[in-house]
Design a protein around this ligand. Structure first.
Ligand code: DQA
Length: 137
């Protein structure tokens, strides 16, 4: 299986950013462990703080990969463009969030991605990504 994790804005700061919400581990460290845990899965990784770059990446991988694990971060709640890209591509997208967005501010309860996602996993910290990889096996 060939999967890609796509992370949106500010997730490059994981480990440093609001650790009480997002934890103390950097995504790079976590990704190394993930690759050890899933030796049979090819896990690519892409992060961008730029909305259009996330759309370009979804289009680039969205007709050839087996699965996309997408944490669009704040764009989840604002981006019709990313929602449309998820709808336009063929590869199934699992929407992931580290925090339980429903226990947070009301503006985080809306997602432009969920209606076109294969599934949504949220609230389990970085383990949300583990669970998303499991969902493709
Ligand atoms: C997030 C939740 C979003 O509301 C927030 O804007 C993020 C991260 C999460 O993984 O919990 O940046 O997607």
């Amino acid at each position: 299986k060939k999967l890609i994790i796509i992370n949106g804005p500010n997730l490059n700061l994981l480990g440093k950013r609001e650790p009480e919400i997002y934890g103390h581990q950097s995504f790079e460290d976590y990704l190394d462990l993930l690759k050890v845990k899933f030796p049979d899965v090819k896990i690519d990784y892409y992060q961008s703080n730029v909305e259009g770059e996330l759309i370009n990446k979804l289009q680039e991988v969205g007709f050839s990969y087996d699965g996309i694990i997408l944490n669009a971060a704040a764009y989840t709640h604002t981006s019709v463009g990313i929602g449309d890209a998820v709808k336009a591509i063929e590869t199934p997208v699992v929407e992931v969030h580290i925090s339980n967005t429903f226990s947070r501010e009301a503006y985080r309860h809306q997602s432009y991605i969920s209606s076109n996602a294969a599934g949504v996993i949220l609230g389990f910290g970085l383990m949300s990504y583990d669970l998303a990889i499991h969902s493709f096996s």
